[in-house]
Design a protein around this ligand. Structure first.
Ligand code: AMP
Ligand code: MG
Length: 299
């Protein structure tokens, strides 16, 4: 008996759960059971967490370069990071955290607000299609097509029979893109109602943050429970094998950024992008350059 316990322990040590395992939304998922203040894994200290996240920069930029290089030889893969969350949940801060470990040149960032007149005339996925990152790039969506089953559902912006069909539409659309090389990393930044109130008050207390304050956020806040129910539905109905959802406890900004950075690193590692083999003859090119150098030296 004692022996078996020991080997069980060894096994557990050999394969610690990844951050993706810890945060992935499965069939039994219940958003009300997720504590937004919880430290899920990693450092419990702000300074350490920031340092650990920053230390991933070299590895992440290397993987990002490989992904870009792969696309030069016809590779279709790309990464799309989708950020969703209530107002003040830190989507802007999350973008900064990703930017800190990536080369800005390979990032394609898009924010989705209320649709324009033209967008309203089109299918809800039309504007999303147009913002998809090209092969080899990393896209970041600050809000996304999920607004069409979140605010649209809560605010009754379209009839129920329209929005209720969108979960399946979104799944089919994400599957189509994943077959075309898009790797989805969908993250919900989960804050508590108390934390949102504090962040709104902080914005009001500081004139340099007034531009971030939107009186409309207080109206949406009144619908907190409806929003949580809409998130619960979107998270469970649209967490698939090809495009899973991850829920990030986000009341502590440094922990949110640590988790997000780990998710990005884990995803890129699993993608394992490869430098392509180019179709020129390396030895012949070396010989050409050596001959040129000799010619120059000879004057
Ligand atoms: P912000 O992210 O603070 O710039 O706010 C953007 C606003 O646009 C949020 O209130 C979103 O809920 C809203 N929004 C985004 N997409 C849609 C959509 N498809 N339909 C209606 N409102 C949207
Ligand atoms: Mg806002």
């Amino acid at each position: 008996m004692a022996k078996k316990k020991k080997s069980d322990k060894r096994e557990a040590k050999a394969a610690p759960p990844t951050v993706r395992d810890l945060l992935r939304v499965g069939p039994e998922f219940d958003l009300t059971a997720v504590d937004p203040r919880r430290v899920v894994a990693g450092p419990t200290d702000k300074v350490l967490a920031r340092a650990e996240a920053a230390a991933l920069e070299g590895e992440v930029t290397d993987l990002q370069e490989r992904l870009f290089a792969e696309s030069k030889q016809g590779g279709k893969r790309r990464l799309l990071i989708v950020l969703q969350g209530m107002d003040t949940s830190g989507k802007g801060g999350a973008v900064k955290a990703i930017d800190r470990v990536c080369e800005p040149i390979g990032l394609r960032m898009t924010s989705f607000g209320a649709p324009t007149k033209e967008e309203k005339r089109r299918h809800f996925l039309w504007r999303i299609d147009r913002a998809m990152p090209p092969a080899g790039a990393i896209g970041i969506f600050d809000r996304s097509h999920y607004e069409d089953v979140l605010i649209v559902r809560v605010r009754n912006l379209v009839p129920e029979d329209v929005w209720s069909g969108r979960y399946d539409e979104i799944n089919a659309w994400e599957q189509k893109w994943s077959e075309q090389g898009v790797v989805f990393l969908k993250c919900m930044l989960h804050i508590s109602k108390e934390e949102q109130q504090q962040r709104l008050l902080d914005r009001l207390a500081d004139p340099s943050k007034h531009w971030k304050y939107n009186p409309g956020d207080v109206d949406e806040r009144q619908l907190w429970d409806q929003y949580q129910a809409a998130y619960q539905a979107a998270l469970t109905r649209c967490s698939t094998a090809y495009a899973p959802w991850y829920v990030i406890p986000a009341d502590r900004k440094w922990h949110r950024d640590w988790l997000l950075t780990q998710l990005v690193a884990e995803t890129l590692r699993e993608m394992n992008p490869q430098y392509p083999t180019m179709d020129f003859d390396v030895a012949a090119e070396k010989a050409r350059l050596a001959a040129e150098k000799a010619r120059l030296a000879a004057g």
